[in-house]
Design a protein around this ligand. Structure first.
Ligand code: PRT
Ligand code: MG
Length: 211
Protein backbone atom coordinates (compact mmCIF):
# COMPACT_ATOMS: atom_id res chain seq x y z
CA UNK A 1 0.00 0.00 0.00
CA UNK A 2 1.30 3.46 -0.90
CA UNK A 3 1.44 5.78 2.08
CA UNK A 4 0.36 9.36 1.43
CA UNK A 5 0.57 12.49 3.58
CA UNK A 6 -1.79 15.42 3.00
CA UNK A 7 -1.01 18.80 4.62
CA UNK A 8 -4.10 20.79 5.60
CA UNK A 9 -4.20 24.56 6.24
CA UNK A 10 -5.69 24.96 9.69
CA UNK A 11 -8.24 27.69 10.30
CA UNK A 12 -10.95 28.67 7.86
CA UNK A 13 -9.58 26.59 4.97
CA UNK A 14 -9.66 23.46 7.15
CA UNK A 15 -13.25 24.25 8.18
CA UNK A 16 -14.30 24.59 4.55
CA UNK A 17 -12.26 21.53 3.44
CA UNK A 18 -13.80 19.11 5.93
CA UNK A 19 -17.10 18.46 4.07
CA UNK A 20 -15.23 17.74 0.83
CA UNK A 21 -12.66 15.55 2.60
CA UNK A 22 -15.48 13.63 4.32
CA UNK A 23 -17.11 12.91 0.95
CA UNK A 24 -13.95 11.14 -0.26
CA UNK A 25 -13.15 9.43 3.06
CA UNK A 26 -10.22 11.68 3.88
CA UNK A 27 -11.68 13.33 6.95
CA UNK A 28 -9.60 13.12 10.13
CA UNK A 29 -9.96 10.06 12.38
CA UNK A 30 -8.62 11.88 15.45
CA UNK A 31 -8.78 15.08 17.46
CA UNK A 32 -7.65 17.83 15.07
CA UNK A 33 -7.87 20.46 17.79
CA UNK A 34 -4.94 18.87 19.62
CA UNK A 35 -3.05 16.62 17.24
CA UNK A 36 -0.71 17.96 14.55
CA UNK A 37 -0.69 14.65 12.69
CA UNK A 38 -3.80 12.48 12.50
CA UNK A 39 -4.79 9.46 10.41
CA UNK A 40 -7.58 9.99 7.89
CA UNK A 41 -10.42 7.51 7.56
CA UNK A 42 -8.62 6.09 4.50
CA UNK A 43 -5.91 3.59 5.47
CA UNK A 44 -2.48 4.77 4.40
CA UNK A 45 -3.40 8.47 4.18
CA UNK A 46 -2.34 10.67 7.09
CA UNK A 47 -3.06 14.35 7.62
CA UNK A 48 -0.88 17.19 8.90
CA UNK A 49 -2.67 20.14 10.51
CA UNK A 50 -0.41 23.17 9.99
CA UNK A 51 -0.42 26.92 9.50
CA UNK A 52 -1.47 27.94 5.99
CA UNK A 53 1.82 29.71 5.21
CA UNK A 54 3.78 26.53 6.05
CA UNK A 55 1.88 24.20 3.69
CA UNK A 56 3.92 24.98 0.52
CA UNK A 57 7.15 24.36 2.46
CA UNK A 58 6.07 20.92 3.76
CA UNK A 59 4.96 19.88 0.27
CA UNK A 60 7.96 21.34 -1.58
CA UNK A 61 10.36 19.43 0.71
CA UNK A 62 8.32 16.23 0.40
CA UNK A 63 7.41 16.09 4.11
CA UNK A 64 3.86 15.99 2.74
CA UNK A 65 2.97 14.61 -0.71
CA UNK A 66 0.01 16.92 -1.18
CA UNK A 67 -1.43 20.00 0.48
CA UNK A 68 -4.46 22.26 0.56
CA UNK A 69 -3.60 25.97 0.57
CA UNK A 70 -4.94 29.35 -0.52
CA UNK A 71 -3.89 30.82 -3.85
CA UNK A 72 -2.84 33.96 -1.92
CA UNK A 73 -0.18 31.96 -0.05
CA UNK A 74 1.04 30.34 -3.30
CA UNK A 75 1.28 33.71 -5.04
CA UNK A 76 3.21 35.24 -2.15
CA UNK A 77 5.66 32.38 -1.52
CA UNK A 78 6.10 31.09 -5.06
CA UNK A 79 5.18 27.57 -6.09
CA UNK A 80 7.82 26.60 -8.65
CA UNK A 81 8.48 23.25 -6.94
CA UNK A 82 4.81 22.31 -6.80
CA UNK A 83 2.11 21.10 -9.16
CA UNK A 84 -1.24 22.80 -8.69
CA UNK A 85 -3.67 20.37 -10.36
CA UNK A 86 -6.99 21.25 -8.68
CA UNK A 87 -8.93 24.34 -7.66
CA UNK A 88 -11.15 23.23 -4.77
CA UNK A 89 -13.33 26.34 -5.17
CA UNK A 90 -13.55 26.83 -1.37
CA UNK A 91 -12.49 29.62 1.02
CA UNK A 92 -13.15 32.04 -1.80
CA UNK A 93 -12.21 35.70 -1.46
CA UNK A 94 -10.21 38.31 -3.37
CA UNK A 95 -6.99 40.22 -2.87
CA UNK A 96 -7.70 43.92 -2.97
CA UNK A 97 -6.28 47.35 -2.36
CA UNK A 98 -8.29 49.39 0.16
CA UNK A 99 -8.04 52.91 1.51
CA UNK A 100 -9.73 55.17 4.04
CA UNK A 101 -13.09 56.34 2.73
CA UNK A 102 -12.35 60.03 3.21
CA UNK A 103 -8.56 59.99 2.81
CA UNK A 104 -7.10 63.43 2.06
CA UNK A 105 -5.01 63.76 -1.14
CA UNK A 106 -1.43 62.54 -0.63
CA UNK A 107 1.62 64.70 -1.31
CA UNK A 108 2.67 63.23 -4.71
CA UNK A 109 6.38 63.61 -3.83
CA UNK A 110 5.98 60.98 -1.13
CA UNK A 111 5.75 57.29 -2.05
CA UNK A 112 2.45 55.52 -1.43
CA UNK A 113 2.69 53.49 1.77
CA UNK A 114 1.17 50.02 1.53
CA UNK A 115 0.61 47.92 4.65
CA UNK A 116 0.20 44.20 3.97
CA UNK A 117 0.84 40.60 4.93
CA UNK A 118 1.63 40.07 1.21
CA UNK A 119 4.73 42.19 0.40
CA UNK A 120 5.60 40.30 -2.81
CA UNK A 121 2.08 40.43 -4.27
CA UNK A 122 1.80 44.12 -3.37
CA UNK A 123 5.20 44.98 -4.83
CA UNK A 124 4.41 43.16 -8.09
CA UNK A 125 0.96 44.77 -8.35
CA UNK A 126 2.23 48.34 -8.02
CA UNK A 127 5.39 47.71 -10.06
CA UNK A 128 3.21 46.47 -12.95
CA UNK A 129 1.55 49.90 -12.88
CA UNK A 130 4.93 51.63 -12.78
CA UNK A 131 4.43 52.73 -9.18
CA UNK A 132 7.28 52.63 -6.69
CA UNK A 133 5.70 52.11 -3.27
CA UNK A 134 6.88 51.72 0.29
CA UNK A 135 5.78 48.33 1.62
CA UNK A 136 5.11 47.94 5.33
CA UNK A 137 4.97 44.27 6.31
CA UNK A 138 2.32 43.36 8.89
CA UNK A 139 1.21 39.98 10.26
CA UNK A 140 -2.49 40.71 10.85
CA UNK A 141 -5.24 43.30 11.35
CA UNK A 142 -4.16 45.21 8.25
CA UNK A 143 -7.40 47.21 8.40
CA UNK A 144 -6.02 49.22 11.31
CA UNK A 145 -3.01 50.66 9.46
CA UNK A 146 -4.72 53.42 7.42
CA UNK A 147 -6.88 54.42 10.40
CA UNK A 148 -3.88 55.32 12.52
CA UNK A 149 -1.75 56.80 9.74
CA UNK A 150 0.65 53.86 9.46
CA UNK A 151 -0.11 53.51 5.74
CA UNK A 152 -2.10 55.13 2.91
CA UNK A 153 -3.57 51.85 1.70
CA UNK A 154 -3.61 48.15 2.51
CA UNK A 155 -3.41 45.04 0.35
CA UNK A 156 -5.55 42.38 2.02
CA UNK A 157 -8.08 39.60 1.50
CA UNK A 158 -11.72 40.61 1.21
CA UNK A 159 -14.67 38.22 1.26
CA UNK A 160 -17.94 39.99 2.12
CA UNK A 161 -16.32 43.42 2.53
CA UNK A 162 -17.86 43.67 5.99
CA UNK A 163 -14.54 44.15 7.78
CA UNK A 164 -13.49 46.98 5.45
CA UNK A 165 -16.85 48.70 5.87
CA UNK A 166 -16.79 48.35 9.65
CA UNK A 167 -13.44 50.14 9.67
CA UNK A 168 -14.41 52.94 7.29
CA UNK A 169 -12.32 51.58 4.41
CA UNK A 170 -13.27 51.17 0.74
CA UNK A 171 -11.95 48.74 -1.84
CA UNK A 172 -10.15 50.75 -4.53
CA UNK A 173 -8.78 47.92 -6.73
CA UNK A 174 -9.20 44.16 -7.03
CA UNK A 175 -5.84 42.45 -7.61
CA UNK A 176 -7.13 38.90 -8.14
CA UNK A 177 -9.65 36.26 -7.07
CA UNK A 178 -8.53 33.67 -4.48
CA UNK A 179 -9.63 30.12 -3.68
CA UNK A 180 -7.97 27.06 -2.15
CA UNK A 181 -5.86 24.73 -4.29
CA UNK A 182 -4.45 21.24 -4.11
CA UNK A 183 -0.68 21.29 -4.47
CA UNK A 184 1.43 18.20 -5.11
CA UNK A 185 5.14 17.50 -4.61
CA UNK A 186 6.70 17.02 -8.06
CA UNK A 187 8.79 13.98 -7.12
CA UNK A 188 5.86 12.29 -5.33
CA UNK A 189 3.73 12.84 -8.44
CA UNK A 190 6.15 10.44 -10.21
CA UNK A 191 6.96 7.93 -7.46
CA UNK A 192 3.40 7.66 -6.06
CA UNK A 193 1.56 8.45 -9.27
CA UNK A 194 -1.31 5.97 -9.08
CA UNK A 195 -2.17 6.75 -5.45
CA UNK A 196 -2.03 10.52 -5.98
CA UNK A 197 -3.98 10.37 -9.23
CA UNK A 198 -6.66 8.28 -7.53
CA UNK A 199 -7.00 10.85 -4.79
CA UNK A 200 -7.13 13.76 -7.27
CA UNK A 201 -9.84 11.96 -9.28
CA UNK A 202 -11.96 11.58 -6.15
CA UNK A 203 -11.52 15.24 -5.19
CA UNK A 204 -12.34 16.33 -8.74
CA UNK A 205 -15.56 14.30 -8.60
CA UNK A 206 -16.57 15.96 -5.35
CA UNK A 207 -16.23 19.52 -6.60
CA UNK A 208 -12.55 20.24 -7.37
CA UNK A 209 -11.94 21.91 -10.74
CA UNK A 210 -9.05 20.63 -12.88
CA UNK A 211 -6.56 23.25 -14.00
O1 PRT B 1 -3.25 31.92 11.86
P1 PRT B 1 -2.28 32.09 10.73
O2 PRT B 1 -1.73 33.47 10.63
O3 PRT B 1 -1.28 31.00 10.60
O4 PRT B 1 -3.18 31.86 9.43
P2 PRT B 1 -4.30 32.77 8.83
O5 PRT B 1 -4.73 33.80 9.80
O6 PRT B 1 -3.83 33.20 7.49
O7 PRT B 1 -5.47 31.69 8.68
P3 PRT B 1 -7.01 31.86 8.35
O8 PRT B 1 -7.73 30.78 9.07
O9 PRT B 1 -7.43 33.29 8.49
O10 PRT B 1 -7.06 31.45 6.81
C1 PRT B 1 -6.46 32.26 5.84
C2 PRT B 1 -6.76 31.73 4.46
O11 PRT B 1 -8.18 31.65 4.23
C3 PRT B 1 -6.21 32.71 3.44
O12 PRT B 1 -4.91 32.34 3.07
C4 PRT B 1 -7.22 32.64 2.28
O13 PRT B 1 -6.78 31.72 1.30
C5 PRT B 1 -8.52 32.13 2.95
N1 PRT B 1 -9.55 33.17 3.13
C6 PRT B 1 -10.77 33.17 2.53
C7 PRT B 1 -9.52 34.26 3.94
C8 PRT B 1 -10.74 34.93 3.78
N2 PRT B 1 -11.49 34.22 2.90
C9 PRT B 1 -10.99 36.15 4.52
N3 PRT B 1 -12.07 36.75 4.42
N4 PRT B 1 -8.57 34.73 4.79
C10 PRT B 1 -8.82 35.85 5.49
N5 PRT B 1 -9.98 36.58 5.38
C11 PRT B 1 -10.11 37.79 6.26
C12 PRT B 1 -10.19 39.14 5.54
O14 PRT B 1 -8.91 39.63 5.28
C13 PRT B 1 -10.93 40.01 6.59
O15 PRT B 1 -9.99 40.56 7.48
O16 PRT B 1 -11.29 37.69 7.00
C14 PRT B 1 -11.78 38.98 7.35
C15 PRT B 1 -13.25 39.00 7.04
O17 PRT B 1 -13.50 39.22 5.66
P4 PRT B 1 -14.82 40.00 5.17
O18 PRT B 1 -14.46 40.71 3.86
O19 PRT B 1 -15.85 38.94 4.93
O20 PRT B 1 -15.22 40.95 6.22
MG1 MG C 1 -4.67 33.88 11.87
Amino acid sequence: MTVLTLALSKGRILEESLPMLAKVGLDPAGDIDRLLRVPSRTPGVSLLIIRPADVPTYVAYGAADLGIVGKDVLMENGSADLYEPLDLDIAKCRLSVAAKKDAPARDPRRRLRVATKYPEIARRHFAAKGEQVEIIKLYGSMELAPLVGLSDVIVDLVATGGTLRANGLIETEIICQVSSRIVVNKAAMKTKHAAIQGLLDKLARSGGKRK
